[in-house]
Design a binder for this molecule. Structure first.
Ligand SMILES: [Zn+2]
Length: 66
């Protein structure tokens, strides 16, 4: 007889996980100062004020700079 692979799929797991994360108070949007301009920036994301990520220019001309 065939065996059940898993009890719930990725969508159900993610749905429950978001509730766990909310309960545990885990913060997905960690805000840290940008290394280049010092503006508050979400960790592991491109800085929205200077457009740099890890010293590389990702966004050519951000609206805030001009
Ligand atoms: Zn920056």
């Amino acid at each position: 007889m065939a065996l059940q692979k898993r009890r719930r799929g990725p969508a159900r797991t993610g749905h429950q996980r978001s509730a766990w994360m909310r309960k545990s108070g885990a913060n997905h949007m960690v805000v840290q100062p940008c290394a280049n301009c010092g503006a508050p920036r979400i960790a592991h994301r491109v800085c929205m004020s200077c457009g740099q990520y890890r010293g590389e220019q990702i966004i050519a001309k951000p609206a805030a700079e001009e």
